[in-house]
Write a protein that binds this ligand. Structure first.
Ligand code: XMP
Length: 317
């Protein structure tokens, strides 16, 4: 019978044999999968695992600092790389969602490659691939497979001739979480909602600028902290906010305003393949809406997305 304890124990033992004294490089995202995968490898080979955490400037408010500290507390050999400017300059002027994803993927690979080359004699690339990622990448799914170019799998530049180690390849998400708990990883990392690799860039409709990221980070933090405060965070599968390329008229005191609209999105789901919009309490939505409009300069209207997937996707881009 499968238990997280025996999986962890056996996997660590196998990794020790497979990796020996080799060096492994791994990019961490702050998400559940890469964190659990890295922890397993860390238990097997310790400081021979070199972890890299990139600040792409598209993370949630304060996320980079918080996640980096958690990784340090876990004893991982982790290097934080501030690459915000590169990502913003690669994204400048791009409005097409796929073009934005490609630019982000490329910037990420450039940074990762640069960092990996600094590690002498590295032989392996560690990845947090889980079973559904494997299925999604190989199956022929028709148009849905090409709607978005998820770059989590196979994003390895050819010239990096690294062997790949993927300790979670056979697991589903809930099993990954169970293994993470067995390994003592904090609930703060294990319990988080999924967050897309391209981050806030695909929640800023149209072109991405540092200013827009700053606005969206503030709005998103109010929404997410509100969900936690109201004990709703765990009730929803994923939540976030879209910054729309739409201005609307409002009034603030005696002044007429003409500012941005944001759309809140929260869904219930099992695996993200289908999703229902979360029926959040009106009182909660009212409080969050007031907080956003009163506290975030540049936003004067909040709407709630009541579309299910399919046909709508969870993200708007
Ligand atoms: P959609 O919008 O397709 O999203 O309903 C389903 C799940 O996938 C996430 N998502 C992404 N994750 N790179 C990622 O790593 C991407 O380009 C990407 N696009 C969507 C989305 O957040 C949701 O959890």
């Amino acid at each position: 019978d499968w238990t997280s304890e025996s999986f962890a124990e056996q996997t660590i033992a196998e990794l020790k044999v497979e990796l020996g004294n080799d060096r492994v490089v791994m990019a961490l995202s702050g998400g559940v999968d890469s964190s659990v995968a890295a922890t397993l490898v860390h238990h097997a080979i310790g400081k021979n695992l070199f972890c890299i955490f990139v600040d792409n400037g598209l993370l949630r408010k304060d996320e980079y600092e918080q996640v980096l500290h958690s990784y340090e507390d876990m004893g991982l050999n982790i290097k934080g790389v501030d690459a915000k400017d590169l990502f913003y300059s690669e994204l400048a002027g791009l409005t097409d969602p796929e073009a934005k994803r490609k630019a982000i993927g490329k910037a990420f690979i450039d940074i990762f490659d640069q960092e990996a080359h600094l590690i002498e004699d590295v032989k392996w690339l560690g990845q947090g691939t889980i079973y559904p990622d494997v299925i999604e990448s190989v199956s022929v799914k028709g148009p849905s497979a090409t709607i978005k170019s998820h770059h989590n799998v196979g994003g390895l530049p050819d010239f990096m001739k690294l062997k790949v180690v993927e300790p979670l390849k056979t697991l589903f998400k809930d099993e990954v979480r169970a293994v993470g708990r067995t390994l003592g990883i904090s609930e703060n990392i294990l319990g988080r909602h999924p967050f897309p690799g391209p981050g806030l860039a695909i929640r800023i409709l149209g072109d991405v600028t540092a200013e827009k990221v700053h606005i969206l980070q503030q709005v998103d933090a109010i929404f997410i902290n509100g969900l936690k405060k109201w004990d709703l965070y765990k009730e929803v599968w994923q939540a976030g906010v879209m910054l729309l390329p739409v201005q609307s008229v409002g009034v603030m005191g005696d002044e007429r305003t003409y500012e941005n609209v944001v759309a809140l999105r929260a869904v219930t789901s099992v695996d993200g393949m289908t999703a229902d919009w979360a029926h959040l309490p009106y009182d909660f939505l009212a409080e969050v809406s007031n907080d956003i409009i009163n506290r975030v300069k540049g936003v004067n209207r909040v709407v709630y997305d009541i579309s299910s997937k399919p046909p709508a996707t969870i993200e708007w881009e």
